[in-house]
Design a protein around this ligand. Structure first.
Ligand code: 5GP
Ligand code: MN
Length: 316
């Protein structure tokens, strides 16, 4: 079985893949986790992290391809070259509203806070014991996708599942500190720069910033170090939408969108070729930066202002 991580893999993607990998090895099923992008260093405490291979190291034929936390080969980047739909069954387990329903077996539940919740329910229903390494991987998926139980997707059921995973051996303080308190100076340098370049517009409802390749070079930082910038922008009082534009080495622009309460950023992301959740979504657009930025900001601005006292803000 092949388990590809989605591009810019997060805690849910990595946690689910490693949990499946551990369960498979218990049953003697061969499983290869593959990632086109390097898996985040801060998740290296999860068992099996070092076995995540780049696509060029994965050869051979796979009976099953398991896509989790995403739903299309396009979302796994170069790992998609290993997927031959004529030879392999494609299984999709995803919780994105924007998920595509293509595959031999498709399970999409937009109500789930994380794909790790779905996987947890499935393992339980199949009476598969959850040891502390599997529990830690699944807990990590749930914790990261809920902002450590702070986002609106956190309900009583999410906390109950998390409690069961803690009983099974996950250690919340360790997961939290490994993910959030092992930062490199370069990450904070980039954050400082991004926040310094922050713009607030549309009556204070939209906050955005950008990170160019020059800034990566000045801070000696990489794409991994942009994680979290967008949440700082969303933390401003009155902000409804936060956007971060990141220039990639090939001149494309990766956009991270977050919202509060009313604004559904997944619809905007979908319209621009991406996807995600109503409160967290993203897409990759063609550059240059100024063009991508204008397209996105105009689009968000027109809706934000159409919804309220926009005509008074005089920003468009
Ligand atoms: P982030 O801003 O953290 O990279 O992504 C936020 C959410 O949007 C995640 O759930 C992620 O899976 C989704 N997302 C980001 N970029 C894309 C994209 O290009 N396509 C799709 N389908 N989803 C994306
Ligand atoms: Mn997820």
């Amino acid at each position: 079985m092949l388990v590809p991580l989605h591009l810019s893999p997060d805690g849910d993607s990595v946690g689910c893949a490693l949990a499946v990998n551990m369960v498979c090895s218990r049953f003697g099923t061969q499983c290869q986790v593959v990632s086109a992008d390097p898996p985040p260093e801060e998740l290296s405490f999860l068992r099996g992290w070092e076995g995540i291979a780049p696509p060029k190291d994965c050869l051979g034929h796979f009976d099953v391809v398991l896509l989790m936390d995403c739903s299309s080969p396009a979302r796994v980047g170069r790992s998609s070259e290993l997927i031959d739909t004529r030879q392999s069954k494609v299984v999709v387990i995803d919780h994105h509203r924007t998920a595509l329903r293509n595959g031999d077996l498709v399970w999409v539940d937009p109500e789930a806070a994380a794909t790790a919740e779905m996987l947890f329910d499935w393992l339980k229903s199949a009476d598969i014991p959850i040891d502390n390494d599997v529990a830690t991987a699944l807990y990590t998926g749930i914790a990261t996708d809920t902002g450590f139980f702070a986002y609106p997707n956190t309900g009583a059921e999410t906390l109950r599942r998390a409690a069961e995973l803690v009983e099974a051996g996950a250690a919340p303080h360790l997961v939290y500190s490994r993910i959030n308190e092992q930062r490199r100076p370069a990450t904070l340098r980039l954050l400082a720069r991004a926040l310094d370049n922050m713009n607030i517009t549309f009556c204070g409802k939209l906050a955005w910033t950008q990170v160019t390749q020059d800034e990566f070079a000045i801070c000696r930082a990489g794409a991994d170090d942009t994680e979290g910038i967008v949440n700082h922008l969303r933390s401003l009082a009155g902000v409804e939408v936060a956007a971060v534009f990141v220039e990639t080495p090939v001149g494309q622009v990766k956009v991270s969108l977050r919202s509060r309460d009313n604004y559904d950023v997944s619809r905007l992301a979908e319209k621009m070729g991406g996807g995600g959740h109503s409160r967290a979504a993203g897409m990759t657009m063609e550059g240059p930066m100024c063009r991508a930025r204008r397209l996105v900001l105009d689009e968000i601005g027109s809706t934000l202002c159409a919804e309220g006292e926009g005509s008074q803000c005089g920003e468009h």
